[in-house]
Ligand binder design. Structure first.
Ligand SMILES: *Cc1c(COP(=O)(O)O)cnc(C)c1O
Ligand code: SF4
Length: 339
């Protein structure tokens, strides 16, 4: 067998191929008995389980309430309709001028590069988004470039998805080269959960195209719980910083995952220790199938008020909500108690 170096393209694609796709296999790995977990067959059919092994390795064995497990394990409760929860709560369908382009905020354009991810998160607000599973075709990239040329006010492109880092570096570097050539652009942002679930995704090829871009690159990771952050991620973040990338994190406030003062404090502390700054903590979007993760805005503000008593200001993520029709995300102030 040829030894596989763990920062090559072949390594992360192998990790992806070996991801767990069956709840029973996951249960066995975690030494859990089926009766310890909710029925999941119908929910599983609607949105398949997908979870890479490096992420599973950070789950606690024998704990059916593990905060990482809860994010990926299907539960038939998802199939119960709850009024007020819809398939497109952010109204993205109405802000898509061309296939794959979401232009809601004047100076930033979000490009949906692919519909696939390395992990399927049960609470995902794009789980019902009607993107084809395929990545953008060359012609559609042409349209993105054309759109940007027609909108010189746009100075930042956000690659999103799905997960844009599901694309191969050979392709990404080609697309980014075209963006590099647009004088109007100042920043390139990448929204990705991949380096969290498969840290080896941060490989030489990725670092090379990032290093060679004249744009300021901002990588916004997505993690929701301190247990997701380990030494391997910290080492990758340090390589990213060496090539000038700014690394931030956004998370979602989720009932049963991170809706406690301890979980929030721990997440921010561990992110910072790994070289990552907290950026946003989103309140839950009313996505169909996700009602059991929802905590109210009032509760969220109260929780973040208690967190603010403990953390320094620079480790407080902005508690935010996307309200359809607004020109920017709405930041919600933490409610401080008057002692
Ligand atoms: C969240 C979002 C952005 C980025 O907003 P920031 O506040 O700059 O992080 C841009 N476009 C769309 C459509 C978004 O949903
Ligand atoms: S990685 Fe992001 S886009 Fe993909 S399923 Fe999870 S939350 Fe949704």
């Amino acid at each position: 067998m040829i030894p596989i170096q763990n920062d090559t393209e072949s390594h992360w694609s192998m990790e992806l191929t070996q991801a767990i796709r069956s709840p029973s296999e996951l249960l066995t790995l975690l030494q859990l008995a089926p009766h310890q977990l909710p029925e999941s067959n119908n929910a599983e059919e609607a949105f398949k389980m997908l979870v890479p092994r490096p992420f599973v390795a950070r789950m606690e064995q024998g704990n059916p309430n593990d905060p990482l497990l809860r994010q990926v394990l299907a539960d038939n409760i998802e199939m119960t309709p709850v009024s007020g929860y819809s398939k497109d709560p952010l109204d993205e369908g109405n802000h898509t001028p061309r296939k794959a382009i979401v232009h809601k905020y004047k100076h930033r354009v979000l490009v949906i590069t692919t519909g696939t991810c390395a992990v399927n998160c049960r609470y995902c607000f794009r789980r019902h988004f009607p993107y084809s599973n395929n990545q953008l075709a060359q012609r559609e990239w042409d349209h993105v470039i054309e759109y940007l040329e027609q909108h010189p006010e746009v100075n930042e492109v956000i690659l999103s998805g799905g997960d844009p880092l599901m694309l191969k570096d050979s392709q990404l570097s080609k697309h980014v080269a075209r963006l590099n050539a647009l004088p109007q652009l100042k920043r390139l942002r990448i929204h990705s959960r991949l380096p969290v679930v498969i840290p080896s995704r941060v490989n030489h090829e990725l670092l090379a195209w990032m290093a060679s871009s004249p744009l300021d690159i901002v990588l916004v990771l997505h993690s929701n719980h301190g247990n997701e952050i380990n030494q391997e991620i910290a080492a990758k973040v340090s390589q990213l910083k060496q090539v000038g990338v700014t690394v931030l994190n956004q998370g979602v406030l989720l009932k049963g995952v991170n809706d406690s003062v301890k979980a929030q404090v721990d997440l921010s502390e561990r992110l910072f220790a790994a070289g990552i700054l907290p950026y946003y903590m989103f309140t839950f979007d009313p996505i169909e199938g996700g009602a059991h993760f929802d905590i109210s805005v009032t509760e969220a503000q109260k929780l973040m008020g208690q967190v603010a008593e403990i953390l320094p200001g620079y480790l407080m993520p902005r508690l935010a909500k996307e309200i359809p029709g607004q020109p920017a995300k709405t930041v919600l102030a933490p409610s401080l108690s008057d002692h």
